[in-house]
Design a protein around this ligand. Structure first.
Ligand code: ATP
Ligand code: MG
Length: 401
């Protein structure tokens, strides 16, 4: 049980009290991410955190590499401070053996040893230690081949005054800030590609989320709702869990369709969604909304239309994807594990409700006039009262690099 996970974190710009708060929240979130590993503790080193002990550090390292605020993690073997080269060699051999086992047997593996000596009193130079370990590993494993530039396997030795850590490379973390270092937001979560990515980016800046979905049953199917639940589960697995609030929205859409100018249908739906989400935000103590809107992507998302939508609410609407190209969003959706779910063929908002020529440069006055034709306050109340909630714990699908 001398296996640990070394956790590196960034955001060096944070200073003073902010930094202490960041570290405390990060530690709590890491500890939370380790709940499947009984007995594991997260300790503070200088500028790093150390989690363990573990029998095998790879599964917890994967779990910790999904925590926002983490820049990278390494599964490490911990040797007592001052250990000699024989112990390091033994440790490195054990780690490399495990690493090779976890990899399909094919051809040579390029590798190098990189030593860092934070403890300058250690009686040997970094270069000498790297050379000695490299030679020992080459002799022990015929599959290895030394390469200094971009090796497949990098054995790292970190000589510190508390301990000596030996590791076989890093797993990239998501970066950002720990969830809980900002106030929360209500994410308007559709079954599409964009909104889950927008939610992930908001969480990455430290925001815990509540998710709001507007359901057009029976115009949309049960499978559409399942998609949204599956997306919520993935988002929950990246953060500290998530509550999904599903609001019945069919009555709103039918009323808008029956009474208002077709060109304004989409922006009017959006204004109602934002109002309902704002109500939820007030109830749950969230000062902002988050949506997957992006400038110019569809007719409803021109700057004028976004202004018409914003006018319906008095809290900030964050749009993390506002400057993204579709391909950038798709790439990120694949990385965070939501793309395949979003790509399932069930529509999230029935085509019955999509006008053929939506307004491109919407006007606030016209939207207000159109809304006067609706009992929109009652519709808002009715939808808000009809909501159903579902909690998603912070577990879920695995992260693939
Ligand atoms: P997405 O892929 O997120 O659906 P989109 O590019 O398809 O985005 P729209 O469908 O026009 O764009 O929706 C814009 C934003 O409005 C969404 O990103 C989401 O935040 C919100 N939204 C749309 N429909 C719903 C819904 N049924 N429930 C909750 N939020 C929704
Ligand atoms: Mg959509």
């Amino acid at each position: 049980m001398n296996r640990f996970v070394l956790v590196r974190y960034g955001e060096l710009a944070l200073k003073g009290g902010n930094r202490a708060f960041f570290e405390k929240t990060l530690r709590r979130n890491l500890q939370h991410a380790l709940r499947r590993f009984p007995g594991a503790r997260v300790e503070k080193l200088r500028g790093r955190l150390l989690a363990g002990p573990f029998e095998n550090a790879f599964p917890p390292a994967k779990a910790l590499s999904r925590v926002f605020g983490v820049s990278s993690v390494s599964p490490v073997l911990s040797l007592p401070a001052g250990s000699g080269p024989e112990e390091m060699e033994k440790g490195a051999r054990a780690l490399v053996e495990e690493w090779l086992e976890g990899r399909p047997p094919r051809g040579k593996v390029t590798f190098k040893v990189e030593t860092r000596r934070a403890d300058k009193s250690y009686p040997s130079t970094s270069a000498a230690i790297s050379a000695r370990l490299g030679a020992a590993l080459l002799a022990a494993f015929p599959a290895l081949e030394a390469r200094m530039k971009n090796p497949e396997l990098q054995v790292e030795v970190d000589i510190r005054s508390e301990a000596i850590f030996v590791s076989t490379g890093r797993i990239q973390g998501p970066g950002g800030l720990p969830v809980g270092t900002q106030a929360g937001g209500v994410l308007l979560l559709s079954g599409g590609i964009d909104s889950p990515v927008a939610g992930w980016l908001a969480m990455k800046r430290g925001m815990p989320l509540q998710a709001a979905h507007f359901d057009s049953y029976p115009y949309t199917s049960r499978e559409s709702l399942q998609k949204v639940e599956d997306l919520a589960a993935i988002l929950a697995s990246w953060g500290e869990g998530l509550r999904l609030h599903v609001f019945p929205f069919t009555a709103v859409q039918e009323a808008v369709k029956a009474s208002c100018s077709p060109r304004y249908h989409t922006v009017l739906f959006r204004r109602m969604m934002h109002r309902i989400a704002r109500r939820l935000a007030l109830e749950t103590g969230c000062p902002a909304l988050v949506t997957g809107e992006s400038l110019g992507q569809v007719a409803s998302q021109t700057l004028e239309n976004l202004a018409v939508i914003d006018q319906a609410v008095d809290i900030p609407v964050l749009r993390p994807l506002v400057t993204f190209d579709k391909q950038e969003t798709v790439d990120l959706a694949r990385r965070i594990g939501t793309f395949d779910i979003s790509a399932r063929p069930f529509p999230d908002c029935c085509t019955v409700f999509t006008p053929s020529r939506p307004v491109i440069r919407g006007k606030i006055e016209t939207a207000l006039e159109e809304e006067e034709k609706l009992p929109w306050r009652e519709l808002l109340e009715e939808s808000f009262r009809g909501r159903e909630e579902k909690d998603f714990p912070p577990t879920g699908a695995s992260y693939t690099h």
